[in-house]
Ligand binder design. Structure first.
Ligand SMILES: Nc1ncnc2c1ncn2[C@@H]1O[C@H](COP(=O)(O)OP(=O)(O)OP(=O)(O)O)[C@@H](O)[C@H]1O
Length: 572
């Protein structure tokens, strides 16, 4: 039934005369091509719609039909391993209908409730679960499939309280802008291990946490996100590419399917869903894509998985928001972005959480958004508003990137509010000193900035030995610990145990070096000792599975330091 007729079209924005009821947020089909749109404004006799597909060819007077439902996406077992557009329509031909093998987890006669895992879907690269619909209250299971089904077949039938029978399928439709319900939120006190030392040891993110990676052009956002996708200990990765340029997105689409999951040796795509939007795809679909991504993330979280979503980049998403807002004739706010930029960012980041699912599992959705501020200026609106909603801020620094110091995360421009909750996690993992060691490193790095400034003015040799040794310690932290190449066979992943051993060695070095300098040893002599050279290279020379070599290194340090102290004393 025609609910409205087109009066004007401007890019993705369609204004129409309304003949029937339409509500804001309702999905509509527009014109003879039945393009997908969403109502964004309703007034007496009129409505405004943003269209998610190319609007070329729409004409004055074309019909618009309301659906009565909010903009939703189809969630099902075919998501993992595939590539979709911003509205979750497959970008690759799915081929013939896939058959899934279903193994029931409940028996006829049992009571089934909303969100419950009722069957395991077997035969996929990664086992998944069929969930009871979210709007089902206690119902009796009458029948459940035990063989093979396609996405369109029912897998179970239930009898609800009012005696009605209802079929449950493999597929669910869910409105993208609405968070999926959970039983309760849990404290974010488990760390998401990334294998990147500067993150796990200095600026850790909790499972269910929110992090931003702001960085100017070429500072390493994409490499860092790819490294995280490969190495973080998530069960499922959702990658939302709001591509800057078509060819960059094409690279991602080409590269991602070829990446290997280093733990299993299988293609990384088997645990990944890619949602892609290039700048030449309709701008409104880009705006919707991050909500689509979060909805997919929540769907896998509800199955009981730990999910990590990466959005690259939220700046391009904000530009889409700005473009659509401009066409809607809204009053622009900072830098032309609409006044609701901030609330939209919060709607996105607020959906990160560690939860107990309706089915009773502990699961999480962690959100990591890259931001590409123009000219690397972190005070621009997208970065500054993002900062209000994330708990971890991993600021990439152009100077570090130019010096090829990777990852180019600047320790003085970054922070983690999750760190306070994660000391207990590190203690359980065998490092009760983590909090104290971390603080010591951060204080040292802060001091380093001041001392370097002073050294530039008066010359390094004019600094007192106590300050020179601090600079030596800070250099060691930079070269041996913070620097970590994503392309090094030995060092691209650093387990928490190896991080702990390295940090322990560094802290021991601090203590011994300070003591030695107090005894009259010159910092230059420490810097030229053989053990110091070995320490500076320990990240490359001591790999995973060789942790006993740290003992050997510490032994050498003790011997050489003692010798330096003795020769210092002899000289006196
Ligand atoms: N962790 C890393 N280890 C080693 N090299 C790195 C690392 N991060 C970045 N690089 C180097 O820096 C280059 C640029 O990185 P990348 O493409 O990720 O930057 P970007 O910020 O995504 O750029 P753009 O703004 O164009 O999207 C890479 O090709 C790589 O050579």
């Amino acid at each position: 039934m025609t609910t409205a007729t087109i009066q004007s079209v401007s890019g993705p924005v369609v204004k129409a005369e309304r003949h029937g009821p339409l509500s804001v947020g309702e999905a509509v089909s527009v014109g003879p091509m039945r393009l997908l749109g969403e109502v964004v404004r309703v007034s007496a006799g009129h409505c405004t719609i943003q269209v998610y597909e190319e609007t070329t060819g729409l004409r004055f007077g074309d019909a618009i039909e309301g659906s009565g439902l909010p903009l939703s996406v189809k969630l099902g077992p075919g998501l993992l391993g595939n590539i979709f557009d911003g509205l979750l329509r497959p970008l690759r031909d799915g081929g013939d209908a896939v058959h899934y093998r279903v193994k029931p987890l409940v028996e006829p006669g049992a009571t089934v409730t909303a969100g419950q895992r009722i069957a395991e879907i077997e035969g996929l690269a990664k086992a998944q679960f069929a969930l009871a619909p979210q709007n089902l209250s206690d119902a009796e299971l009458i029948w459940i499939e035990t063989g093979e089904v396609t996405e369109s077949d029912p897998i179970a039938r239930v009898k609800t309280d009012d005696g009605q029978e209802r079929e449950i399928g493999l597929v669910q439709h869910w409105p993208v802008r609405e968070p999926r319900p959970v039983r309760r939120r849990l404290a974010p006190n488990k760390m998401m291990v990334t294998g990147q030392r500067i993150l796990d040891s200095l600026f850790p993110v909790a499972r269910g946490g929110r992090a931003a990676i702001p960085g100017g052009f070429g500072t390493g956002k994409t490499v860092l996100q790819e490294t995280l996708a490969k190495w973080c200990d998530a069960d499922v990765i959702v990658y939302v590419g709001c591509g800057e340029r078509g060819n960059e997105m094409a690279e991602v689409l080409h590269e991602f399917p070829e990446l290997e999951d280093p733990r299993t040796g299988r293609p990384l795509m088997q645990r990944t869903v890619v949602i892609a939007n290039t700048s030449n795809m309709p701008v409104a679909a880009r705006e919707a894509s991050i909500y689509t991504g979060v909805t997919v993330g929540e769907y896998f979280r509800d199955m009981g998985f730990n999910v990590t979503l990466m959005a690259d980049s939220t700046s391009r998403w904000a530009e889409a928001l700005r473009e659509v807002s401009g066409r809607l004739g809204e009053l622009p706010s900072e830098s032309g972005y609409p006044a609701y930029l901030s609330s939209r960012l919060s709607e996105f980041y607020e959906r990160a959480a560690r939860v107990e699912t309706l089915s009773g599992q502990k699961a999480s959705l962690t959100l990591i958004g890259a931001v590409s501020p123009p000219a690397g200026d972190f005070s621009e609106p997208v970065t500054s508003h993002t900062k209000r909603y994330v708990r971890c801020f991993w600021g990439l620094d152009r100077g570090r990137a130019q010096a090829r110091f990777y990852p180019a995360i600047h320790p003085l421009q970054s922070y983690s509010e999750d760190a306070a909750n994660l000391a207990a996690w590190w203690t359980k993992r065998g490092n009760p000193n983590w909090r104290a060691w971390r603080e010591r490193l951060l204080v040292l790095l802060e001091e380093q900035a001041n001392l370097e400034r002073m050294a530039r003015i008066v010359g390094k040799d004019a600094l007192p030995p106590g300050q020179q040794v601090k600079l030596l310690c800070a250099d060691l932290v930079g070269n041996a610990f913070l620097r970590q190449s994503a392309f090094s066979e030995v060092d691209r992943y650093c387990s928490p145990e190896r991080q702990m051993a390295m940090l322990g060695a560094i802290i021991q070095f601090f203590d011994m070096a300070e003591e030695a300098v107090a005894q009259g040893v010159s910092p230059d002599d420490i810097a030229s000792a053989e053990f110091y050279r070995r320490m500076s290279r320990m990240s490359e020379e001591i790999g995973e599975g060789e942790l006993e070599k740290f003992q050997d290194l510490l032994g050498q340090m003790e011997r050489e330091m003692a010798a330096l102290e003795r020769s210092g004393a002899d000289a006196v």
